[in-house]
Design a protein around this ligand. Structure first.
Ligand SMILES: Cc1cc2nc3c(=O)[nH]c(=O)nc-3n(C[C@H](O)[C@H](O)[C@H](O)COP(=O)(O)OP(=O)(O)OC[C@H]3O[C@@H](n4cnc5c(N)ncnc54)[C@H](O)[C@@H]3O)c2cc1C
Length: 384
């Protein structure tokens, strides 16, 4: 029987599995997802106070749709022989979906790097939570004022003093100027100090040294910058982008028998942009890549990857949420309104479980624009 193998059990891998199962219908096709974890980790929620709540059992998604789960880590992809090596065992495939995601690459040679915390993985977020549990007035340094760093800093400000540092000379550079005023206001409201053009050069027991020479108190230093695709992408292509991602066509194909999805894929969003390393894109990428991998074997027409409008939503802790639309990140909602939207998103990213028809129906909806997203026309000034 033909075999679709999916590497990765994150959003892209899980939705690839569901996409492949949808294309399979009643046909004979074996689908196997290989990932070391028993849970889909909802990484966008790892800044929350109880990160263990941010996970869904893979079994409850894969079993109902007839997808096997092999708990293993892939070390080698041999595209010439069409096999992957997982925990030392060779597994043959007819079509492969690489959905092994991204991870933080720790800074090279930073003294005290072993003391750094992160919220990149469930284990990382647990470690930070346990380290600070029960402390009322800790001091934390967060490195990086991008999407993850801002959420980490604003969440930590709930019970402690937070210093946010970033190498860039402008605040929240990765988000562009659109939401900068609102972000500045949120940091001020929460009493978060930020130092720009600055990074951490040493981490010690209870302190951090900054690149301007200052030594600051730090019960925890949280590193948030340097997320890149995992190393397996190098076994698929020599032409990776600056985030280590594999270039793919509009069907998310990288090689004749290999598709790539999620944070590992440099798919075109439009003529100007590639997709973001974001769950918002990993989910539809997975649905399309998995569908196309199976469709290719079954002689079914492929789907194009057609993402919906780009939006962003940040949780800014006690300052609420921030929802933006478009690549210029126009602010559509902030404060309490933004927080309601973020809460809705954090629920909506949970895949359906235990019910094959719901899971497969969701796999068929490649992009969903949620009804509670404010639209341009709703915030536009009334005509004179
Ligand atoms: C704190 C935080 C906040 C975020 N907030 C948002 C947000 O608000 N909105 C948003 O859209 N996105 C957000 N993101 C980004 C989002 O979480 C990622 O883009 C998304 O998780 C990518 O999904 P993925 O399936 O491609 O990869 P991952 O989630 O990285 O999953 C990869 C999977 O592959 C497995 N794997 C890795 N290597 C191997 C191997 N060699 N063999 C087998 N399996 C392997 C892993 O175990 C995992 O199961 C956030 C991320 C973080 C860390």
């Amino acid at each position: 029987m033909a075999h679709v193998v999916i590497i990765g059990g994150g959003f892209a891998g899980v939705w690839s599995a569901a996409g492949a199962a949808l294309a399979r219908g009643e046909a004979d096709l074996r689908i196997t997802l290989i990932a070391p974890n028993d849970h889909l980790v909802l990484r966008p929620r790892l800044y929350e106070p109880e990160p263990d709540l941010a996970k869904v059992e893979l079994r409850r998604i894969l079993k109902p749709i007839g997808v096997e789960h092999l708990r293993a880590t892939v070390s080698t992809i041999d595209t010439a022989r069409r096999v992957v090596v997982a925990d030392g065992e060779e597994i043959g495939y007819d079509r492969l979906v690489l959905a092994a995601g991204s991870k933080l690459f720790p800074p090279d040679g930073l003294p005290g790097a072993e003391r750094l915390f992160d919220i990149d993985t469930l284990d990382g977020a647990r470690r930070l939570t346990e380290h600070l549990r029960g402390r009322e007035d800790y001091s934390a340094v967060v490195v990086g004022a991008g999407f993850v760093g801002l959420e980490a800093a604003t969440a930590l400000a709930d019970r402690g003093r937070v210093l946010l540092v970033d190498r860039s000379r402008v605040l929240a550079a990765p988000l562009g100027p659109g939401p900068r005023k609102e972000i500045e206001a949120a940091l001020d409201q929460l009493g978060i100090e930020y130092r720009l053009g600055t990074t951490v050069t040493e981490v010690g027991d209870g302190y951090a040294v900054l690149s301007d020479g200052a030594r600051v108190e730090a019960d925890a230093v949280v590193w948030s910058v340097g997320m890149r695709a995992g190393e397996l992408t190098r076994q698929i292509s020599d032409e990776l982008d600056h985030l280590g991602r594999v270039p793919v066509d509009q069907h998310l194909r990288a090689l004749p028998e290999v598709f790539v999805a999620g944070d590992a894929a440099a798919a075109a969003f439009d003529a100007e942009h590639t997709v973001m390393q974001a769950c918002q894109h990993a989910t539809p990428l997975g649905k399309v890549a998995g569908y196309n991998a199976a469709a290719d074997l079954l002689g079914v027409p492929p789907r194009d990857f057609t993402p919906g409008p780009y939006v962003t939503c940040l949780d800014l802790g006690g300052a609420g949420g921030l929802f933006t639309r478009g690549w210029d990140r126009r602010v559509m909602a902030s404060g309490a309104d933004g927080a309601v939207i973020k809460k809705g998103i954090n629920q909506a990213i949970h895949p359906p479980v235990d019910d094959a028809s719901e899971i497969l129906a969701a796999a068929g909806r490649v992009y969903i624009e949620l009804p509670f997203f404010p639209r341009d026309e709703e915030t536009a000034a009334p005509a004179a």
